[in-house]
Each structure stands twice: as C-alpha cells, then as structure tokens.
Design a protein around this ligand. Structure first.
Ligand code: BTN
Length: 320
C-alpha cells in the first residue's frame, strides 16, 4: 500500500484526502496515517493539510523500498524489492536470500551504501552513502552454467541504455562490462553464480554506478567519474534503477530466445569502445596489444593480433 500511496501522491498535483485514500485501499484512516508516517520516516517529505489532505513535496533523490516500487513498472513480471540503508555488499545479501531459499523469483536488492562493496578480481568497490547506485539482481536461470557470463553483457547493455534514457550523456561499454562516460568509468558489474556442473542454483548480477558522487579518492580520480560530474546535473537514482530494470527485462527476454547474444550483438557493439581501437590484453602476468573487432555471439572479444592472426578472448581484462 505504501508504494501505491506514494505513486498516487506523485501523480496528484493537489492534495489527496485521508478519506479518499482509506476508501481506495479499503482500510481505516489510521492505517493510511500510519503508512504516511512510515513514508515520512523513509525521507519522503509529505505535508498534511487540515481539511485538504496529503501532498508530496517532490524533492531530492530519495531511495526507499516504496520509492523503488513506485518507479518500477515491470509489466507482468513480479519483482520483489529489498532495500537497505547500509549493507556489507548487495551481492552478499542476494546470495544469502538465495541460500536461505527466501526468494524464488527475480529479486532486486538495493542499498544506499556498502561497507564491503566488492569489485571484480577481488578488488573492493568504493560505496559512499547518499550518492550512488549499489544493486544486485538475483536470478534463477534454467540454462546451462557456461552461458551465465553473458548475463553480464545483457546487464551492460541495459545500464548503457538506461543512463542514456535518463541523462543527456552518451555511454560506451568497455569489454566485457565497464560502462564508460567521457573516457572514464561510471559503472562496474560483478556477476556471481552458484552452480553444479550442469545446473545453475542462482546468479547474482551486481551493479555499481557512480551517480551523484562529487569527489573520488586520489588513486581513482583519473579513471573514474560520476553521471553528475559528467552531465552537470544530479540524477534521480530510483528512476535510473527503474529504467535499467525495464531494459534488463526486455534484453533478458531477447537473450533467452536464442541463449546467446546474436540478437543483442548489434546494440552491444554500437556502444563498444574497443571496436577498431588498440586494446591491451592482459592474461595473467603477460600482456600484448591487438585491435578490437567486435564480439562473438557468446560475448567473447574478437581481436586481430599484431602478427595479423585473429583470436577470441573470453576471459581476461583489456585496457584501452
Ligand atoms: C567492477 O569491479 O567493475 C565491478 C564492481 C561491482 C560493484 C557492485 S556494487 C553492487 C554490487 N555489490 C557489490 O559488492 N559489488 C557489486
């Protein structure tokens, strides 16, 4: 009811009376009042005017469960939403929910801050509060485990498109899944899986986006930026999360039709920063330079080496 009240308040330019709301939800006026008080506690500024009703003073970039649910319009597909002010890592929460068997459908975990945000290859992910997006999507795919890495590509496309939908920025993808704006990283994706040899128990796709962060630690300043720093405007995080999830739902459906990236390759390559560019391929402690050509239907990076031979890279890291 809370998220529905929030949605109704957003759509109403004037006031919504307690009477109207209690009739709409078929609950007492006290129940309505309690829901309004909870929304206020979560940070939504709502004024109550005697004889007129409630009015939402639209302000700021608030993240709450009700705010997220009021932005999400996921069609037929139900998605359960978990929101936390602070967690160790949203990926860890996703794994816990799956292991405790709490969820059996697509589940979204969002936090305002993380104390142990995880990056790829054992790195940490800086996760200050009230500025960025830290979210994980818990999925139970019924395909073979070797296809799971492609979920990262599907998410990368969805993030790139989502950012372009809510800002005026143009986005690039650095293979396999960094999102780049104005040559700097704004988003990283960490996909983790629990599987048997031939069966996926669950997959957690974690997404960290630098949204409204204004300062970066010295050691990453050269390489990282945020949407607000690049676009000059604050971005409403709940809106961006909703656009990304809508995009993911669409792109995931397309992926499931063929269980490869054949129908998404064009859009991925449209954003791919490495096409026609020199890339440095890092494999363990050895590296070499090649030219990026595109991706295969399985998401590998197609390259031409300096000796003229071709190869597909399926793991490893590239630097531009
Ligand atoms: C990278 O190294 O590029 C991947 C970073 C992924 C960070 C996100 S933030 C939400 C989710 N929870 C985590 O602990 N990590 C991912």
């Amino acid at each position: 009811m809370k998220s529905e009240i929030l949605r109704m308040l957003k759509e109403c330019s004037g006031h919504l009376s307690g009477q109207e709301l209690s009739e709409h939800f078929n609950v007492s006026r006290t129940a309505v009042w309690k829901a309004i008080e909870q929304l206020k506690k979560e940070g939504h500024e709502i004024e109550g005017v005697k004889n007129k009703g409630y009015h939402l003073i639209q302000k700021g970039d608030i993240l709450s469960k009700a705010e997220l649910e009021s932005q999400l319009a996921m069609g037929e597909k139900a998605i359960s939403v978990h929101f936390f002010n602070e967690v160790d890592s949203t990926n860890t929460i996703g794994k816990k929910l799956a292991e405790e068997d709490k969820e059996k459908e697509m589940t979204l975990i969002v936090a305002d801050s993380q104390i142990q945000g995880k990056g790829r290859r054992g790195r940490s992910w800086d996760s200050p509060k009230k500025s960025n997006i830290y979210m994980s999507l818990l999925l139970y795919p019924s395909f073979s485990p070797d296809l799971a890495p492609m979920l990262t590509h599907v998410m990368a496309i969805s993030v790139a498109e989502g950012i372009e939908a809510v800002t005026s920025l143009s986005t690039k993808i650095k293979w396999p899944n960094d999102i780049i704006v104005e040559k700097k990283k704004v988003c990283g994706i960490l996909t983790e899986m629990s599987a048997q040899v031939d069966y996926i128990n669950y997959v957690v796709v974690g997404v960290g986006i630098n949204v409204n962060q204004k300062d970066f630690p010295e050691e990453i300043k050269e390489k990282a930026t945020s949407l607000a720093l690049s676009g000059g405007e604050e971005v409403k995080r709940s809106l961006l999360i909703a656009r990304i999830l809508e995009g993911f739902e669409k792109n995931y459906r397309i992926f499931l039709e063929t269980k490869d990236l054949s129908k998404l390759r064009n859009v991925y390559e449209k954003h791919l920063i490495n096409i026609g560019e020199k890339v440095r391929i890092v494999e363990g402690d050895h590296g070499y330079v090649a030219t990026g050509l595109g991706i295969s239907d399985q998401g590998e990076l197609k390259i031409r080496k300096e000796d003229g031979t071709f190869a597909n890279i399926y793991a490893g890291e590239v630097s531009v």
